[in-house]
Structure formats: structure tokens, C-alpha cells
Design a protein around this ligand. Structure first.
Ligand SMILES: [Mn+2]
Length: 322
């Protein structure tokens, strides 16, 4: 790790300015890692931007931003506005993702020559491009875990709110410290606790309204097992947002015998979305690819146009039964 951290610091020092970008529908791991990185960039007095999609973001990120002190220093910027600000010698740091089709704004990959990727997802075929430095450590829990080690390497400390947001990122990516969790994960989490991370505030970031929760629990009833280890949940004819589907798939993973979960539902009038999650043994990326989607081995999705919910369900079941 240290060799990479030294390299990244040199790149930051030499850069004109730094742009931080995560994947579409950024989660708390990507957001927490962005805030941690900002701390290092601030140490070297460099200008930086964090790309923020206000329309497509999780409620937990909106809540986190509200809690931040001097939010302005982070320079949150939309993907449209950043395109006008690119100059020679800018450094793009891509975090929590390494696939071009999944980043918030793929145009940045084409426009910027100096790119570093920091990710923890199992390597897929389609890297962002060939011109970047990649640091992909698949043995860690989260991107936050990598950035914590970077902060330690840079001898930095964090304030309570940033520590709490980063802890929430680890919490999400490890499904409450249940998966991908090693001794090193807890050592990294301990650094956040030492910096004042607050478990009550962490819970607040995840709080949702009761109605949404109950509605989702009702939808969980529409699920059934295939081959004794795969679970499929088909929603009703209402239109849902992608993160609803993802949450249901995540919740389905907690049930006995389930190794992978799939949730199917309308995400617009003529688009059916499928969200898939796996504990690790079942490669859901491969399964989503056969529906025209993609993602990671344990976390993938697909969107199918002009097709009915039931047709998608049939297709998926066919694939799963193979
Ligand atoms: Mn992550």
C-alpha cells in the first residue's frame, strides 16, 4: 500500500487541480472515501472538486452533506459543470469503481489524461481505460478502508462528522461488518472511532421513514427460492427507484440458505430493472450480463426496455435454472 500512497501523493502535489469521481448512484463508501481524500488534498493546499449528482443520489448522502461543517470547501460540482473546468494537468481520481460504463461521467475519462483509480471491487474486463494507474485491492472491505490507511500514512486526523460518514460507508459495504470483514477492517474502523465517529449519528444517516420500510417489507413477501440458494422477488406494477430494488435485494441476503438475490420491478413506464446481490460464491455480474446489464461479482444490475415485468421474470428464471 505504502508505495501506492507515496505515488498518489506525488501525483496530487504535481497536479493543477484534482477531481474526485465515484460511480453513478454514489453510495456512502464512495462519498466517505471522497471526504477522506479531500483531507489529504487539503494538506497539500491543492484545489479539488467532488462530482455530485443531486438528482440521483441516496437519501443517506443528502443527510450526510447536511451534517458537514464548512461544506463549501469540498466544492461539490455537477457532472455538467465540471466539463467546462477541465484544464491541462488536472488529476482525476476515480474511487469505488473501475469500469467506464459505471462512472458518474464517462466523458471525464476521455478528457483527462492523468487518472488514478482506487477501488476494492473484483476486477472486471472493462477497465476505465488504458491510460490510468490502478490501485484495486480486492482483499479490503471498502474504498474507505483503503483511504483510512492513506490518512494514517499521511499522519492525518479527521473530525467527528467525516469519521462518522466514513464509518457508515464501511458499514454499508460490509453489510454491518458481516461480510468482507477482516482484522484489518476493524483496525481501520478503530481509527475512525479514535477520531470521534459516532454510532448514533451513523444510525441517523440510515434512518428512513416508516412508511417506506413497511412498504418494502410487504414487497419481500413476493419472493421465492430457485435451486435452494437463489431468491427472486418480483415487485408489483408500480414504478420504483433503482435504490428500492437494491435495498430489497440486500435485505433478501439475510435469509437462511440465500446465496444470491434478485429483485425485479418497473423503474419507469417501459423499463424493467433487475438488481442482484450475492454473498460471494454466485457471480451475479455474469447473470446480469446475460440480461444486458453489468456490475460487479457481488453487486450487479440490468435494465430492460419495452418488456413486461413477467417476461423479465421468465427470462431471469430461465437463466438461473441453467
Ligand atoms: Mn465500495
Amino acid at each position: 500500500m505504502e508505495k501506492f500512497f507515496n505515488h498518489l501523493t506525488n501525483k496530487i502535489i504535481k497536479a493543477n487541480k484534482i477531481i474526485i469521481m465515484s460511480h453513478r448512484y454514489m453510495d456512502l463508501d464512495g462519498f466517505g472515501a471522497s471526504l477522506g481524500l479531500h483531507k489529504v488534498i487539503e494538506k497539500y493546499n491543492k484545489k479539488s472538486y467532488i462530482i455530485m449528482n443531486e438528482e440521483e443520489r441516496d437519501e443517506s448522502i443528502t443527510k450526510s452533506i447536511e451534517k458537514l461543517k464548512n461544506k463549501n470547501k469540498y466544492n461539490f460540482i455537477s457532472k455538467e459543470d465540471i466539463l467546462d473546468k477541465i484544464e491541462d494537468n488536472d488529476l482525476l481520481i476515480v474511487i469505488d469503481v473501475h469500469k467506464k460504463e459505471m462512472v458518474e461521467e464517462p466523458k471525464l475519462i476521455e478528457k483527462i489524461n492523468n487518472i488514478v483509480i482506487v477501488d476494492h471491487h473484483i476486477k472486471g474486463e472493462s477497465f476505465v481505460s488504458s491510460k490510468e494507474d490502478k490501485y484495486i485491492l480486492t482483499t479490503v472491505s471498502s474504498t474507505v478502508e483503503i483511504i483510512i490507511n492513506y490518512l494514517k500514512y499521511e499522519n492525518l486526523t479527521l473530525d467527528q462528522i467525516v469519521s462518522t460518514i466514513m464509518l457508515s460507508g464501511m458499514y454499508i459495504d460490509t453489510n454491518s461488518f458481516n461480510i468482507k470483514t477482516s482484522a484489518d477492517t476493524f483496525i481501520a474502523a478503530a481509527y475512525l472511532m479514535e477520531n470521534g465517529a459516532d454510532n448514533v449519528m451513523k444510525q441517523e444517516l440510515f434512518q428512513e421513514n416508516k412508511k417506506d420500510f413497511i412498504r418494502r417489507q410487504k414487497l419481500l413477501k413476493n419472493s421465492f427460492m430457485i435451486n435452494n440458494h437463489l431468491i427472486v422477488c418480483t415487485l408489483d406494477k408500480n414504478i420504483y427507484v433503482g435504490s428500492d430494488l437494491a435495498k430489497i435485494s440486500e435485505e433478501l441476503l439475510q435469509f437462511e440458505e440465500v446465496e444470491a438475490s434478485f429483485t425485479i420491478g418497473y423503474v419507469s413506464e417501459n423499463i424493467v430493472g433487475v438488481s442482484a446481490r450475492s454473498l460471494g460464491d454466485v457471480n451475479v455480474e455474469k447473470i446480469m450480463k446475460s440480461l444486458g446489464g453489468g456490475g460487479h461479482k457481488t453487486d450487479a444490475a440490468a435494465r430492460l426496455e419495452n418488456i413486461s415485468l413477467n417476461k423479465v421474470r421468465e427470462k431471469l428464471i430461465d437463466i438461473l435454472k441453467r
